[in-house]
Every structure is written in C-alpha cells, then in structure tokens.
Design a protein around this ligand. Sequence first.
Ligand SMILES: NC(=O)c1ccc[n+]([C@@H]2O[C@H](COP(=O)([O-])OP(=O)(O)OC[C@H]3O[C@@H](n4cnc5c(N)ncnc54)[C@H](O)[C@@H]3O)[C@@H](O)[C@H]2O)c1
Length: 433
Amino acid sequence: MKPAEGKLGVLCVGLGAVSTTFIAGVLSLRKGLGLAGGSITQLAKIRVGRGEARKYLKVTDLVPLCSLQDIVFGAWDIFSQNAYEAALNAKVLRQEDLLQVRQELESIRPMPAAFDDDYVSRLSGQGTQIKQGDRASLIAQLRRDIQQFKQEHQLDRVVVIWAASTEKFIDYQSAIHGTLSAFEQAIAQNQTDLISPSMCYAYAALSEGVPFVMGAPNLCLDIPAMWQLAETKQVPIAGKDFKTGQTLMKTVLAPMLRTRCLGLEGWFSTNILGNRDGEVLDAPENFRTKEVSKLGVIDTILRADQQPELYDDVFHKVRINYYPPRGDNKESWDNLDIFGWMGREYGMQIKVNFLCRDSILAAPVVLDLVLCIDLAARAGLSGNQDWLSFFLKSPMHDPSRGEQPVNDLFQQYTILKNKLRELGGYEPDEELE
Ligand SMILES: NC(=O)c1ccc[n+]([C@@H]2O[C@H](COP(=O)([O-])OP(=O)(O)OC[C@H]3O[C@@H](n4cnc5c(N)ncnc54)[C@H](O)[C@@H]3O)[C@@H](O)[C@H]2O)c1
C-alpha cells in the first residue's frame, strides 16, 4: 500500500448543491468548525481482533487515509459561478457558515463542462460555459483539464466524482457498450445517442489513470467497455447513485421485514423536492434513470425466489415530485403494506415520513467515497469496488457473471468493515450471510 503522502486533487463533475455542501463542509472541518456527521471515515470505530485482543479503531487509525488538509478541490460545471456563489445559490448551508470559508470557496472556479442538451432537457440552453466539439474532442479536452489541474496544484493523485445532474436513460446494453474496442469506435464515429457526456468524463479520467465515482444513477460505468478500461489502466471505479434518504431507509426496513419473516404486499414511495436536481428529475426521461436505480433495491433484499409466500408480487412504486418551495429540504413518504400471522387478511401498515436535507446527507457520502477510492488506488485495487456499495443506492454489478448486488445496509456495512480490516492488515473476520 502506497502511503497517503502529497496532495489529493478531488475534481467534482457538477458544482451544485451536493458538491458545494461537500466542499464547504470539508473546508470548515479543516478549520475545526462543524461536525463530520454521517461520515464513516471521520467518525466510525471498527472492531479489530477478538476476545482479549479486541479493540476499536477509528477508520483513520485503521487504514492510511488522505488527510482532509491534503485535499485540493476543482470542478466542472455548465455555469461559471465560483463555489461560494454556487453554494449561496444552492441554499443548503447558511450564509454565516459559508462566510467562514468564503475565500477558499471563491478560489474554486469550475472549468467548462462537457454537456449535451439532449441528455438534460431541463437545463437545455441555460449553460454559459460548455465545451465544443465531437465526443473524441470532449474527451481530449477533459484529459487536458485533469493534467493541468494536477500540474497547477502539484498534486500527487486525483479522483473524479460525478455529482452533476442525472442524465436521461439510454440503452446501455447495446453492442457498442459491450467491448472497449466497439466503444472506442463509437467515440470516433461521434455516436452521441449512445455515448453520454458522463461516459466522456469517465473515459477521460480512466485514461488518465484517475479513479472515477458515479454519484448519480447514470449508467455510464455499468458497461463492460468501462470495466475493461478500468482493468487495462488498473484504476478503481465505483457506482452508482449516492444512498442518502429514502433508499437508506428502505435498505434498513426491508432487512427487518425479511429477518422477522413478515410479508410485503406493496411499497409506495413518494417525495417532494424543490432544488435543481428535482427540476431535472421532473423530465420523464431523466426520472426513468432514477426510477430504475431506486426500484432495484428491495428485490435483492427480500428474495421472492427464496420466500415466495412472503414476497411474491410485491407492488413497488416510486415517485419524485418537483415542488420548488421546499428547495433542498426533501420530504419523503413511504407506505408499506405488510402482513404476518394468518396472512394477508390481517394486513398492517408502516408509514415513514422523512423530512431530510438532501445534500446534508449526501456530502459525507461523497467524502467517504472519495477517500476510500483513493485508498483503493493506493492499495493497487482496480475495477469495480463493490465494498463501497454501502454508500450507493444501486451498486454496480455484472449480471453476465451471475453477480447480484448486495443492498442490505447491514450486510454492506459488514463487507465495508471487512475490506477496511483487510487493507489495515487485520483479518476480515465477520461472516456474511
Ligand atoms: N442529494 C442527494 O441526496 C443525492 C442522492 C443521490 C444522488 N444525487 C445525485 O447527485 C447529483 C447532484 O445533485 P445536486 O442536488 O447537487 O444537483 P444540482 O442540480 O444542484 O447540481 C448539479 C450540477 O451539475 C451541473 N451539470 C449538469 N450536467 C453537467 C455536466 N455534463 N458537466 C458538468 N456539470 C454538469 C449543473 O449545472 C448543476 O450545477 C444529481 O444527479 C442527483 O440525482 C443526489
């Protein structure tokens, strides 16, 4: 394992609510302000050893993580506002908190974006700094951006994380996504309907030997072509979709039902959300990408194939409603129709009403993913890092190899802890069901 020496560059694709809340939070923590609430890497303690040898270590004492002091931030966005202006615009953190780190935030100016109106219709025509050129040219420009960022700040390592808008759903199982050579040919032919802007960022990062994390539900990493590239370049990747509010609750409640052998008839989830993310997701083609990501979660936890009498024909519906007055303060409602002793005739209901703050929940997840993917790179790991599924709503997996994603939060935590133990030189000693 290479030590966490030198500076780590973190390039955020998209400088919106999530990115600015993450960056402002890290800058505040560096000054001893605020709390790293929600961050496993900063606050969790993990047991190592058993019996008399048992001790609990902070993650930072277990594995050599990059220090928050050594992070240098950069970004791309279609808007030219600096990180301070963008954070004010996002209205997540209070101005009095942002003022404490204003100077540092103002120095972060996003680079022009690789963007295609067709992929995010609600932002169509709004961008003020968008790169021009075909897909191959966009990739070349993004690669140059990464090289210059590294050089300018004298960075030892760089990580790229996507926290930009959700793109429209595309057919990601076409032949051109199936192999790296077909994918590269499609880039050369500028097949814009099959090569999304997020694929350009991922391809550029991996080509530069830089780890890439997909924080939106975009399917850009979920393709064999990208897995081949990650393996060829020996770079770790992780995705997709930050697990923050409603899905976090789902991956806690569903294991409870299964453990207690309680049946489920239906699960209806709805949200109101008024930030730009909510506006983008109001377009059906973009919501479709999010819907697929959110819907997959409970099936793999409940396993109807193993217990059909409890989980056959579960009716699962997810809605997101754009409602501007709420801004980033998302409110979600869940209704679960469940049954137990003597069957469906004695049905019961669980109602969950979560008044959350979307980006306050997402920011620590971004930090943990960034630090862990950098750790993975220094440990020589490459390809999909499924031990990071704990942080992700729709963990990437390869169905052609019979892989099933693990969605149960507690199983995901066990996998995460075991990997951190292993990377810290201890036995990965918790068993997985
Ligand atoms: N907040 C959460 O809890 C949460 C959870 C899971 C996933 N996400 C996802 O994270 C992403 C960011 O969320 P947010 O609330 O910050 O949204 P946001 O709308 O505030 O910010 C997204 C930013 O990305 C920019 N952008 C769009 N396309 C771009 C491109 N091709 N290149 C560069 N910049 C681009 C937009 O201009 C905008 O500034 C969304 O895709 C969202 O679905 C958020």
